[in-house]
Structure formats: structure tokens, C-alpha cells
Design a protein around this ligand. Structure first.
Ligand code: ADP
Ligand code: SF4
Ligand code: MG
Length: 360
């Protein structure tokens, strides 16, 4: 496979990452100018089996297909695209909640670098305290038969990290941090509003002080006014606890104010990756432009174009060539034959489209 990692020219001065990897194999390593996370050529495929007694593999869903990016400590990467493009699968595979099909996920634990794709299952448990996920549906992800105190304390109990008064103190402190009243900790989730339940979910995810947090559509189910409050809370907590986020959303508007970089996904692949300002001011990929046209404009005089035109292709049976060609208004003949790779168009800005200026 072509080594896209080198082609990308990630500010990898003199192969710093490779050297650090070698060092990390035999010693301690910590560098704040080094990515907390480096995802390289990551793939997650799901086999499709025939029905009946003799189950034969009849196809493959390429839910995540060769994605690469860097994430610096304390920063936020947005992962954006329509439903079914592979965002959740990417998030779960990065955290090794799903086993990858291939690729690398280098994670800096601040004592050593590990490749989460290669590490054996039994060595994953201590690392799980450093990586957490916040889910879309705060009700479905909270056990209705547990009190808030039990829900928030559970990760510490499972990992045997605190008990007795210390456990109680940490729960109280965490509830305060997320803006909930500690005296409500004996209540059950149903007694709280949607926004408050999401705060309970956030408290549970952060109680072990992880360094990497994947927020999977964490505000998508909430009312717009509550969305803003929860996003503000996540930003405050990021500052307070030194968190690094992958922020998954299907709407570019939601990620604008929280993300340093944004990766736009389409049919399992990243089609554009850029600093947030560059993506909004100078979008290059026709799909990014389509997503941007669907972001509501605060100016009431600007007409809204909320509908995304065309159908998302069947991810288990993608056409050859550019997977966006069936919806692309500027599609040319060659687009249907040639698979698109990301190439660099500016500082930290990568696009996979035949017709974008600057293609080598
Ligand atoms: N466990 C699974 N088995 C088979 N297919 C799956 C599984 N999980 C997700 N998929 C498929 O992978 C694709 C990407 O799904 P997902 O990652 O949930 O997308 P998104 O989060 O962007 O909506 C979809 O076609 C989905 O049906
Ligand atoms: S490669 Fe062609 S079909 Fe694909 S996005 Fe670019 S112009 Fe459209
Ligand atoms: Mg999802």
C-alpha cells in the first residue's frame, strides 16, 4: 500500500514520530508538541453473510476505509458527515471498542506510546481509563435502575481506583464540575431533563480523568438552546481537565465553535481535512460545500438550503472511482474510474477530489 503517511508531510520534522516510536519501545516518553493520537490508514470492515445454514461471506461493508489524521493534546477534531458514513465506527475502532481490520492508532499515554491496534486485549484494561466515549442518547446510555451516584462512580469501582469516602468525594466533585447538584445524586436518571442526563453521562465519562474523549453526537438529541450549554460545558471541562476531543456530528454548524480541525467523512473515507476556519472559508471538496450549504445561516434574509441533495451510496456496494460521483454537480468522466486519494492543498489542508486546483 502506498505510504500516505509520508506523502501527507504531517509536520513530522526529520521523522520525529518514527524516532519517538523507537524511543518509546524502551523508555519513557512525553512531549506536548507530539500528537496525543496518530491514526494511520485505519480500516474497519464488516463482513456480510448469506442467510441460511451455510453462512457464506457475500460482501463487505467498508465502514471505515483508510483514514489518517493527527490530534494534538488539548485540541479537538471534528468528524463530520451524513448518517452511515462511518463516524461512530471510526470512534469506536480508535478506542478499540471494535477490533480494527487494519491500520495503526498510536496513542501517547504520557508514559509511553502504544499502538492500540496491536496491543493485546488483556493489556487494554488500564488504557481504558484514559479513553472514554460520550454518547448521543443520554437516556439509553444510562442504566435506569442505578442512581446518579452509582452511575458516575461505576468506572472508578470497576477499575478499583477509589472506595469509601474518597469515592464519594470524587463523585461529588465531578457532579459539581458538570453543573449538577451533588445532593441529587441519590435520584434516578428519569428524574432529570435531557440536558441534565447528558451532564450525568459526561460526569461518568470524565470521572477517571481520561485524556482522550470521543463525543459521539453528544448534543445531537438536545434542543438547540441546551446544545449550546452542553458545548460550553465540554469546552470548560476541556480547559479544566486538559482533555483532547474527537467530536462527532452530522452537522457542520455544531462543530464550528468547538473544533480546531475538521475531517469530513463520506462513505467511510475522509474527503477533506482542514483547520476549522479554512474549512468554512475555503471549502474545496464538493461534498464539504454541500454540507456547508445545509448549515442554517443566522441571518434571516439569507435563504436556507437545509436539504442535502441525492442519495448516500450503498456503502457495501460502492461504485468504482470517486464514491461521491453520483451526487456531484461537477463530476467529469474520469471521476467514475479513478479512486481519489487525499492530497495537500494548503497548510494542514487535504482534499480528495480530482478537480480541485493544486492537485499534483
Ligand atoms: N456491527 C456492525 N455490523 C455490520 N455493519 C455495521 C456495524 N456497525 C456499523 N455498521 C455499518 O457501517 C456503516 C457505518 O455506520 P456508522 O459508523 O454507525 O455510521 P455513522 O455513525 O456515521 O452514522 C453503516 O453502513 C452501518 O450499517
Ligand atoms: S472527484 Fe469528481 S465526482 Fe468526486 S468530488 Fe471531485 S469532481 Fe466530484
Ligand atoms: Mg453514529
Amino acid at each position: 500500500m502506498k505510504d500516505r503517511f509520508k506523502e501527507f508531510e504531517w509536520e513530522d520534522k526529520e521523522g520525529m514520530f518514527e524516532v519517538a516510536l523507537d524511543k518509546a519501545l524502551d523508555g519513557k516518553f512525553k512531549d506536548e508538541h507530539f500528537p496525543l493520537l496518530r491514526v494511520k490508514n485505519l480500516c474497519k470492515y464488516f463482513p456480510i453473510y448469506s442467510k441460511g445454514f451455510l453462512k457464506k461471506q457475500i460482501g463487505t461493508i467498508k465502514a471505515v476505509d483508510d483514514i489518517s489524521f493527527d490530534l494534538m493534546p488539548g485540541e479537538t477534531l471534528g468528524l463530520v458527515g451524513e448518517s452511515g458514513c462511518g463516524k461512530t465506527t471510526a470512534g469506536r475502532t480508535i478506542l478499540r471498542a471494535l477490533d480494527p481490520t487494519s491500520g495503526e492508532v498510536h496513542f501517547d499515554t504520557f508514559t509511553k506510546l502504544v499502538d492500540l491496534c496491536k496491543i493485546p486485549e488483556k493489556k487494554l484494561k488500564p488504557l481504558r481509563t484514559k479513553m472514554q466515549m460520550i454518547f448521543q442518547d443520554p437516556y439509553a446510555s444510562l442504566n435506569p435502575r442505578m442512581t446518579v451516584r452509582q452511575i458516575v462512580a461505576e468506572p472508578l469501582v470497576i477499575h478499583n481506583l477509589a472506595k469509601g469516602q474518597e469515592l464519594e468525594d470524587r463523585v461529588v466533585e465531578m457532579l459539581r464540575k458538570v453543573g449538577l447538584k451533588p445532593e441529587h445524586r441519590t435520584r434516578y436518571p428519569h428524574a432529570f431533563s435531557g440536558g441534565q442526563r447528558q451532564r450525568i453521562g459526561i460526569a461518568r465519562a470524565l470521572i477517571m480523568h481520561p485524556s482522550l474523549v470521543v463525543c459521539d453526537e453528544a448534543v445531537s438529541a438536545l434542543d438547540v438552546s441546551v446544545q449550546a450549554q452542553v458545548i460550553n460545558l465540554l469546552q470548560d471541562l476541556q480547559e479544566d481537565l486538559g482533555l483532547t476531543y474527537i467530536f462527532i456530528a452530522h452537522n457542520l454548524g455544531v462543530v464550528k465553535h468547538i473544533c480546531d480541525d475538521i475531517a469530513v467523512m463520506y462513505a467511510g473515507r475522509i474527503v477533506e481535512l482542514a483547520k476549522t476556519d479554512d474549512l468554512f472559508n475555503d471549502p474545496r471538496h464538493p461534498y464539504t460545500k454541500m454540507l456547508l450549504s445545509a448549515v442554517p445561516n443566522p441571518d434571516p434574509d439569507v435563504p436556507m438550503n437545509p436539504a442535502l441533495s441525492g442519495e448516500v451510496p450503498d456503502i457495501s456496494n460502492l461504485p468504482p472511482g470517486c464514491s461521491f460521483h453520483s451526487r456531484c454537480s461537477i463530476c467529469k468522466e474520469g471521476c467514475k474510474d479513478e479512486k481519489q486519494e487525499l492530497f495537500k492543498v494548503g497548510d494542514g489542508h487535504y482534499v480528495s477530489c480530482n478537480l480541485v486546483d493544486g492537485k499534483k
